[in-house]
Design a protein around this ligand. Structure first.
Ligand code: ARG
Length: 585
């Protein structure tokens, strides 16, 4: 289905042409003076310079061509040369009804769908998830859903940090605490126990303890390094402990991401890329693109057009260790081989921008990815506390994700319990849905690159530009629909008779534009902005219209159809943002 602005522009362009002017001047946009008109065209102004005529004359000539046009209820040329338009209620009704009948409300899918790998989440195994990982998960989940909605094949890959020094630290700490375990006995040749020698809560305590110790105890730090090396060399016992750590951590991560309604298609990690590294390094050397610098193996990635210095991408350090970039390059080899993506999108903190610039350049230089595969990094800003500094607990520590989610849910639960509209057995599920909406909308309504302030009271408010406000609007509509006996269909829509009904239809027509923007720019905030104004129009309509008390059945069916289409669009949009509405709140 064509976008509404395209249809209107098409018609106005014809009128420009018929009046003897270049049709390119006929571009129409949503009015920036909604008090005067719904759509406007400013083309007569630039045309005036070319045709040496007064802009108002041109506008009048164009308006004359549109006389009697069924699309408009009003066409007027106003000084100095604007063209103002209002849509005819019947034409608008037909457009909206067509939206209701079409797949994706008439939104055109991607003409050239691709396989897209989205790398998000990025938790570090055995380290607790913190709010830094929250943004990656929330933004990544939403972009995955948006890209899919447009018809692309999307693979969400969690890319766990499961291979670095943190693993050595944990193993060495376990070694110290339980030196008699068979994993540490080099002469042990039997089967290792199936049970892990620790629980998830022990693991979560072990890592910070070991990490703290390594900072003050040099000998421990050295042993943790050795343990990391042994693991990476494939030591049988160390590998067996690592398997335990992974199994327990992945189960816990799955639970955490499930609670967030965030899911992944591939649960791969840094460890899965390691097998590709030796051949990759050999190949890079054979291509002659690597150099040795102070004992390290690097790829130069500086380009002539650079205005800033881009340091070389380090592949192997002088002590033989490989790095974050090495793993990311090897991961690209694995992804090209297994998924053949047309695009790989990484979602991390924007402080990793240089890392990805280096990796992307090295990947091109080493011909790991073909020219037609797009590599993109979306760097997001920081979630701050009200003091403007990165979000912390009240005690000043790192805020764990579960604790944060727990706090938001508690706050919302208290609120809905006070309101007493939710039945006792629904409280838990409702609180969870509202909490997700508060948290996710609070994040996604900002441009991803911007920092934002986490403000629980504001995010969880039922009024204003918040997730719960959107849910509240949906719940309200659902309540009307549940009381309506007749059959609901957008074929029953009627030409709008009131300003509120027309404004709501106009708001609905903005769907395709908002989604296109969100898709093109990796900007879920465009969807948030759209549903905020749609919800506003829906609430105004609801306030000004007797719906269930309307005696005229045809009118009533038309109102109900309008409410229901609004609900469908709102629910589709929040699904793309990654949350869902309850039945009551
Ligand atoms: N584990 C990393 C971190 O916590 C994020 C990983 C992002 N993805 C990647 N392919 N480098 O910062």
């Amino acid at each position: 289905m064509k976008k509404i602005a395209e249809l209107i522009s098409g018609r106005v362009s014809q009128a420009f042409e018929a009046a003897g002017f270049d049709p390119a001047y006929g571009k129409v946009t949503v009015s920036n003076r909604p008090d005067l008109c719904e759509y406007q065209c400013n083309g007569a102004m630039p045309a005036a310079k070319v045709y040496h005529r007064a802009p108002i004359q041109i506008a009048q000539a164009v308006a004359a061509q549109l006389e009697g046009e069924a699309m408009f209820s009003m066409v007027s040329a106003v000084n100095p040369g604007f063209l103002n338009f209002n849509l005819s209620p019947a034409w608008l009704r037909d457009y909206v009804a067509e939206m209701g009948r079409s797949d994706r409300f008439g939104l055109e899918a991607e003409a050239n769908p691709r396989t897209i790998v989205i790398d998000y989440g990025g938790p570090n195994v055995a380290k607790p998830l913190h709010v830094g990982h929250l943004r990656s998960a929330i933004i990544g989940e939403s972009l995955k859903r948006i890209d899919r909605y447009f018809g692309n094949q999307v693979i969400g890959d969690i890319h766990m940090g499961d291979w670095g020094l943190q693993m050595g630290l944990i193993i060495e700490e376990v070694h110290e605490r339980q030196p008699d375990l068979p994993y540490f006995d080099p002469d042990f040749t039997g089967d290792y126990p199936a049970e892990a020698p620790f629980t998830i809560s022990e693991l979560e305590e072990i890592y910070p303890c070991a990490s703290g110790k390594s900072k003050v105890d040099e000998d421990f730090a050295r042993r943790a390094h050795d343990a990391t090396y042994k693991l990476q060399q494939g030591d049988r016992g160390y590998r067996a402990i690592w398997d335990h750590i992974m199994r327990i951590s992945v189960a816990d991560l799955k639970k955490n991401y499930d609670n967030l309604s965030v899911s992944f298609d591939a649960w791969l990690g840094e460890s899965d890329a390691q097998p590709y590294i030796p051949a990759m390094l050999e190949d890079m050397k054979a291509q002659g693109i690597t150099t040795e610098s102070e004992g390290a193996l690097v790829i130069d990635v500086q380009e002539e057009t650079d205005t800033k210095e881009v340091p070389p991408c380090i592949l192997v350090k002088s002590d033989g260790a490989t790095l974050y970039a090495t793993t990311d390059l090897a991961t690209l080899i694995q992804r090209m081989q297994d998924f053949h993506p047309g695009k790989v999108l990484y979602i991390t903190d924007k402080r990793q921008a240089l890392h990805f610039e280096q990796v992307f350049r090295a990947a091109r230089k080493a011909k790991i990815v073909p020219a037609e595969t797009e590599l993109q990094h979306l760097g997001f800003g920081t979630m701050n506390g009200k003091d403007g500094k990165p979000f912390k607990t009240r005690q000043g520590g790192v805020m764990r994700l579960e604790v944060l989610i727990g706090e938001v849910t508690d706050y919302v639960r208290r609120k809905i319990t006070e309101n007493q509209v939710v039945a006792a057995e629904e409280v838990e599920d409702t609180a969870r849905r509202i909490a997700m909406a508060a948290l996710k909308y609070g994040d996604l309504s900002n441009q991803p690159t911007k920092d934002y302030v986490f403000d629980l009271e504001r995010f969880a408010a039922f009024e204003g530009n918040t997730g719960p406000y959107i849910l509240y609007t949906i719940v309200r509509i659902k309540s009307i629909l549940s009381k309506y006996q007749g059959q609901v269909s957008s074929d029953k829509l009627l030409p709008p008779e009131t300003k509120e009904a027309k404004d709501l239809m106009l708001a609905l027509t903005g769907f395709a534009d908002a989604l296109q923007q969100a898709y093109q720019d990796n900007a879920p905030n465009d969807i948030c902005g759209y549903i905020y104004s749609l919800a506003g129009a829906a609430n105004k309509f609801y306030h000004e219209t007797r719906i269930l008390a309307e005696p005229d059945q045809e009118k009533q069916a038309g109102y109900v159809a309008l409410m229901d289409l609004t609900r469908q669009v709102l629910e589709t949009c929040i699904d793309l943002l990654g949350f869902e509405a309850p039945e009551r709140m």
